[in-house]
Design a binder for this molecule. Sequence first.
Ligand code: NAP
Length: 285
Amino acid sequence: MVECNGSTTLCAVIGNPITHTLSPCMHNAAYAATGLNYMYVAFATTDLQAAVAGMKGLRIRGFSVTIPHKIEIMRYLDEVAPLAQRIGAVNTVTNDNGILHGTNTDGYGALHALEALESLCGKSVVILGAGGAARAIAFTIAHERNLRRLVLVGRNPDKVDSLVRDLSRDSGTPIVSTTFARDALREAFAEADIIINTTPVGMTPNIAETPAPGDFFSERHLVFDTIYNPAKTRLLLEAERRAARILNGVPMFVYQGAVQFRLWTGLEPPILEMRSAVERALGTS
Ligand code: NAP
């Protein structure tokens, strides 16, 4: 249990519902490991404008922002980082003496998680899904790295094509769209080095589902599922069976929180303690 006193700096996550969030245990473990007089709590938030006013009024140092507020929060902030503007969503707010800055750390979380295993430079990447996590990851990796190719796989062609157009505007990477049809996936996977699932398909309780056929994976692939519950989705189990390297959503979650920790404290994040806290909470340590 984190102790607090009259000098404690407060940070929080806002969203609704919020009871299942892992952010408090992760951030409080980081504060304990670094000896900081900080505390992190969860606020179930329905009135976003009032919550933002409260952040200024109570001098709360940082907010993590989650569903359903990641888009609407942008209109209440003083500044939004260019990458978060392009993504179209903010998951992190930093209060610098009453000036509220919005950023998006989800894509950096994914980039750091992948690059703890291998560099993305020159790689061919396939992203399954075209929602919020896909946008954050696609804009960040296309902005930060020279990829060989980026393929976006979506079930709604208009949505995916519009994402490809937005992404192509400020990236030198060749970016194309395709569908979940079996032949389309076979072709996309045959050329891919890294495959990233950003759909919720396979998440607890629907663990028998998978967004892509297992027989298309091989030892050349690194397969990253952004889901962290279960720890090994059917997608990851099938990829592992075909000798692909696999990565679940825990490191992405930890690294996106680590970027927040650095923004709010100015210190280097204690990654190992943060990861252990998340895995303990998930019952996977
Ligand atoms: P979202 O905005 O709702 O996007 C979900 C995407 O998945 C949409 O493009 C949707 O298609 C697609 N999709 C849903 N069901 C599908 C199906 N049966 N077949 C094919 N495509 C399907 O959600 P999100 O915020 O991006 O989150 C998605 C996942 O990412 C969740 O599982 C979440 O746990 C994970 N995530 C993990 C982290 C982390 O730190 N590890 C962070 C953020 C999110 P349409 O576009 O057609 O609706």
